[in-house]
Design a protein around this ligand. Sequence first.
Ligand SMILES: Cc1cc2nc3c(=O)[nH]c(=O)nc-3n(C[C@H](O)[C@H](O)[C@H](O)COP(=O)(O)O)c2cc1C
Length: 194
Amino acid sequence: MTILLLAGSPSIPSRSTRLLQHVGERLAARGHRHVKLHVLDLPAEALLHADFGNRDIRRAQDSVAQAEAVVVATPVYKAAYSGILKAFLDLLPQSALKAKTVLPLASGGSPHHMLALDYALRPVLSALGARHVLPSIYATDAQELWSEQDGLAIDAGIAQRIADGVEHLSASLPALRDAADYDPVHFSQVRCSV
Ligand SMILES: Cc1cc2nc3c(=O)[nH]c(=O)nc-3n(C[C@H](O)[C@H](O)[C@H](O)COP(=O)(O)O)c2cc1C
């Protein structure tokens, strides 16, 4: 089983994808295998037209299905996560994250939207059946600097949050393997009180 690194930025180069890459390196250092999926590489028309049967979309769905954990990275766009990431998540089966651990990451231009992962992305991950959604990691652009010469320089506080996130993710894997399957509640059965 592998860990899927899911990059949700429409940009190249991408700050959030660099953070994701950093997480991937830390996971590799702990001996975890990972595969990468950049939503930007998927066919735009299939994403926009919700073409569930498209060959590349199906392959991407398989990558999610085969992963035991997912690290998902997104830029903050208009106080939420990116539209291209939503387009992809909309094409996943309802229980696509069933029995998986998810670690959400985001980069944003300012600290003002640091809760975007928690109020916007986390409910979607839960609706897709994620067993554990670990504490989110948010970095502002000023907290992750990049140069060709020196590579990625991350603020010490963010680096520590990433180290903790990787630790939690790693620790959750044996429990996931041992846990009995459970069925997430289908959205048609969700009851709300108003
Ligand atoms: C269209 C657009 C909308 C954005 N909206 C926000 C926003 O609402 N809040 C914020 O903090 N940053 C916002 N930003 C800044 C990006 O989130 C930030 O630069 C991020 O690190 C970009 O990540 P990426 O390089 O992986 O795409 C926006 C950027 C763009 C291009």
